[in-house]
Design a protein around this ligand. Structure first.
Ligand code: ADP
Ligand code: MG
Length: 289
């Protein structure tokens, strides 16, 4: 395409709510055949709320909620913000540590508290008793994320959080397929919750339970298969994968790190605009009549 066509395309993009880093970006967009979609905040709203708090036998659900909320008040993760959104004054946190893609750790009211994936609690030799395992399974089957809470060497409860699928996601997936792009859902969340969301928006390819480093590895693996990969994401944990992808698309509603790592920003955070971006580049480059 001529520089003029690319300039016009870039301007048209801005009108559609697509911020393009440089005119050359439209060239790589055209060849994309695979589109990897982050789940939380990209396909779903990312606005998590607490659905339930389950205490282990002999534990108090109030304590589980209070200590988890206090610890998460230092977190910027959507799950953390949901759990911390409890009313009332929360106890202070010392030695807060964010374990990216796993959960959080810190000291609250003299207790060493861990909140996150069951595998994070397992690192502290805190294993979920049967009633909590059951609560986790049940929540995940319904598409929720179950976060385990433990302190002082023992798993004490589970906080069930969830968000909703964006109303435009299913339509966007259909349109992406119509353009010849195969969508894949990529998430650090658990497999069952991921499959639940995927089924609702019509995606069959799911890669779940991945760590942030696993997201990059998955994009690279697809590229090594000869695929030209676009990735859409919003989180800190998506940044490396967005940079690795042949085309990185950030949700404008997402984190600055994700936006900086990307080639394109979808200003309104609407997945349908990713479809507009692909169409625009094809049109700009004269591959669509
Ligand atoms: P996603 O790919 O869906 O954006 P992340 O990689 O950020 O997910 O997180 C993966 C998983 O790690 C979450 O589903 C959750 O179980 C756990 N996790 C991450 N951060 C936190 C946190 N602040 N509090 C509790 N759990 C967390
Ligand atoms: Mg996300």
């Amino acid at each position: 395409a001529t520089p003029t066509a690319l300039m016009v395309g870039t301007g048209r993009g801005a009108q559609l709510g697509i911020l393009i880093k440089g005119p050359e970006v439209l060239e790589s967009t055209r060849r994309v055949d695979t589109i990897v979609l982050d789940k939380t905040g990209t396909v779903t709203t990312g606005e998590m709320t607490v659905h339930a708090v389950v205490a282990a036998e002999g534990e108090s659900a109030d304590d589980v909620r209070r200590l988890a909320a206090a610890l998460e008040s230092a977190s910027e993760h959507p799950i953390g913000r949901a759990i911390a959104a409890a009313d009332g004054v929360l106890p202070e946190v010392e030695g807060f540590t964010n374990r990216e893609g796993l959960g959080v750790e810190g000291v609250v009211e003299g207790h060493a508290v861990v909140v996150g994936r069951p595998s994070l609690l397992a690192e502290w030799a805190q294993h979920l008793p049967a009633e909590l395992v059951e609560a986790v399974d049940r929540a995940q089957d319904e598409g929720f994320t179950a976060v385990a809470v433990g302190w002082d060497g023992r798993a004490r409860g589970v906080v069930v959080v969830g968000d909703t699928i964006k109303p435009t996601s299913a339509e966007a997936v259909r349109e992406l397929r119509a353009l010849g792009l195969e969508p894949i859902l990529l998430t650090g969340d658990n497999e069952r919750a991921a499959r639940h969301v995927a089924a609702q928006v019509g995606i069959t390819g799911v890669v779940a339970d991945v760590l942030p480093s696993g997201k990059v590895a998955e994009v690279r693996r697809l590229q090594e298969l000869g695929l030209v990969v676009a990735m859409v994401g919003d989180g800190v944990n998506d940044a490396a994968a967005l940079a690795q992808a042949d085309l990185g698309l950030a949700m404008g509603t997402g984190t600055d790190v994700a936006i900086e790592a990307s080639d394109l920003t979808l200003v309104r955070g609407d997945l349908r605009v990713a479809v507009d971006a692909i169409r625009l580049s094809r049109r700009t480059l004269g591959t669509i009549r």
